[in-house]
Design a protein around this ligand. Sequence first.
Ligand SMILES: Nc1ncnc2c1ncn2[C@@H]1O[C@H](COP(=O)(O)OP(=O)(O)OP(=O)(O)O)[C@@H](O)[C@H]1O
Ligand SMILES: [Mg+2]
Length: 256
Amino acid sequence: MTGGLVVSVSGKGGVGKSTVTVLLLKSLLDAGKGSILVVDADPDSNLADLLNVEAGLTVATIAARLKKDIAEGKFPPDFSKRDYFESKVFEVLCEEEGFDLLVMGRGEGEGCYCAVNDLLTNILDTLSKNYDYTLMDMEAGLEHLSRRTDRDVDVMVIVVDGSRLSQLTAKRIKEVAKEVHINFKRIVAVGNKVPPELGENLTEKVESLGLEFLGIIPNDQTIVSYELEGRSLLELPKDSPAVKAAREIASKIGLI
Ligand SMILES: Nc1ncnc2c1ncn2[C@@H]1O[C@H](COP(=O)(O)OP(=O)(O)OP(=O)(O)O)[C@@H](O)[C@H]1O
Ligand SMILES: [Mg+2]
């Protein structure tokens, strides 16, 4: 099995990565297509909150347990950490309606975080092969690139808002990916929380960075109120401006 489409969402802090991830998920769910894995790869994660689901165990927790068990000599020296971890990851997967959610979580203690990332990256390429679509909500900034969490990503979606800083981050993501030899099949940008009248200007700026611009998700007050009420963004009305815009973007990405 070759696996499905792996899409990862990155960008500067607070631009709307998690929101865009959920909106893309909603487009997929509304289209009723295929099996879906959602990965919350942000250690300061809140994707489960946006989806209003109970996040159970995280990958970081099982990695910490594994580390402890090894330190206590509970395993024979020749056992495969990877096999063990792989079997455990299935226990961490939360089965939701229409998709599975994997929460990476935060490493405990020094050094652990990187180890978790290594394991997660290895596990992700195995795991994502079982799904038609994998959506990954990355942490803010560039670190995930040097950790190579996104090495098997087909489409890197970089979210920008109207700010110059978010565009600078987009530029760096493109450059650093090249430096660390991550070859996304496609690297695209999406504007979020941008007033439509600034659309043309943003398109030009983003294209001058060498990124394909897929459109804008407008500032949508429904998102703000759902978030405040703790309602899942998956329940947003299908005709709300952000959901409609996300659907078009999902189609351009090739998700629907
Ligand atoms: N299109 C939108 N319209 C209105 N509000 C939005 C929109 N997109 C995001 N927001 C709001 O902006 C805030 C930041 O969004 P979000 O958490 O998705 O960003 P993020 O990039 O994932 O942040 P972090 O870097 O902390 O992970 C949230 O309060 C969210 O509700
Ligand atoms: Mg986020």
